[in-house]
Design a protein around this ligand. Sequence first.
Ligand code: BES
Ligand code: ZN
Ligand code: ZN
Length: 509
Amino acid sequence: MNTLAIEATQRDPLSVSCDLLVVDWVQGAKRPLGAALILDKALDGALTQLIESRAFQGKLGERLVFPTFGKLKARHIAVIGVGKKESVDADALRRLGGFVVRTAREHKASSIVIAPSSVMSDKLDARTATQALVEGTRLSAYHFHAFKGLQHKKEDPTHQLKRLQVIASDGRMLKAMQEGIERGQILAEATILARDLVNTPSSDMTPQQLADQAMKLAVKGSGITCKVLDQKTMERLGMRAALAVARGSMHPPVGVHLIYRPKQSKKSIAVVGKAVTFDSGGLSIKPADGMMTMKIDMAGAAAVVGLFKALAVLKPNVTVHGIFLAVENMPSGSAYRPGDIVAAMDGTTIEVLNTDAEGRVTLADALTYATQQKPDLIVDLATLTGACVSALGEDIAGLFSNNEGLSQRLLTASVETGESLWRLPLHKPYIPQIRSKIADIKNIGTGGSGGGAITAALFLHTFVNDIPWAHLDIAGPSYAERETRPDQPYGASGYGVRLLMRFVQALGK
Ligand code: BES
Ligand code: ZN
Ligand code: ZN
């Protein structure tokens, strides 16, 4: 639950009572600037002295925290480095937000005032900077405690961050900051929704429960409608591939088609998410270690749901279809088997050689359904392959696309939102690795070594025909076993929500 109130104010930083007053420091600055200068004066030059004596440089995340002993209204002051001036971008500010939260936690501060002194420049306007700062703060302060029990409540008197104020130096900046705060909060909340869905254990996030979460967004005034495809409808539509994957589970599959349709629409896009609520591997069962985190296998769909939460408020001029076919991949007497051949919705026959390569089998039908909506372009997000994690590690998603312009736009959005993305090739010479002797296509690549993320992408490519399409393999960055950056605590990341929103907004301009 969000109990953190964030606001911009034009007050004098010295007159605001708070637990922690934060000023930023650009690396290499010789003298305090802006708010830092005001503070330094109020403390008779103590700030400058401290910075000199501690050899504080202002590297990104470097921190100097000291008590004010009642000399100021703030209980503590933190000087936090933002790095060299030329490298201060939105992502640095997002990280700064993370360091602010970390400092607050260490000093049990529940009210914070940030007095930005020098980070806002021509390159980084006050709105963008404040938006990034707010995103970083909200996303770092996130905890998933829905399942913490009584014991936790007894033991853990965790301090709560309650209030954050950002100081503006004039009226124009105040307005820009207010806009930044609003956007930052909307995007952080949408990301947090995706995180919550992914963090929820599979027993409480069945295909139906995931669909229910999407349905909740289709309320009056949102511009969103939601069609739910129950098992019967999926059968009628011929989604035999997705149905095959679902067959081993006691939970029936559920398809979801969200539509955001603004009055004026420049373009239309379909966003498709992998929605395997639990991936045991099926009969090609995973080893215990590999299964431990497989509740996250619906992170693509969670990003779609998060995106729609933001669309409803930010209302870009683009029609967006959000599509996912939610299934659970389980072994049982009714499960699909290695060697089975299933005919996908578009008629392509798939030889299933490994039931653990289930994502692409469900996406085959989801992508066919997406192409039938005749969008200008399709983007899918899927926790698709361990191979992509081997190639790019846990921070970076893989991008595959049949379209240069689309790739560039996604890469640009990713730089702006700090969600790392790297293009990998749709290498055609590997197509024979997924050709089947007895069906049209196989669901795993054989006869080569490595390149598993590529053959998976080539498989998906079969189902989008010539529509400009991009596939994001998010197996790495959707979940973090440990904090990877200050605004990415343990657990689900909500990867893709802000990236997609940024991309859609640029498309509508
Ligand atoms: N859901 C997994 C991929 C995955 C792995 C996601 C690690 C997140 C973290 C996917 O369904 C899978 O099992 N892929 C197999 C494919 C293989 C059988 C061709 C894999 O990557 O091993
Ligand atoms: Zn799998
Ligand atoms: Zn999977």
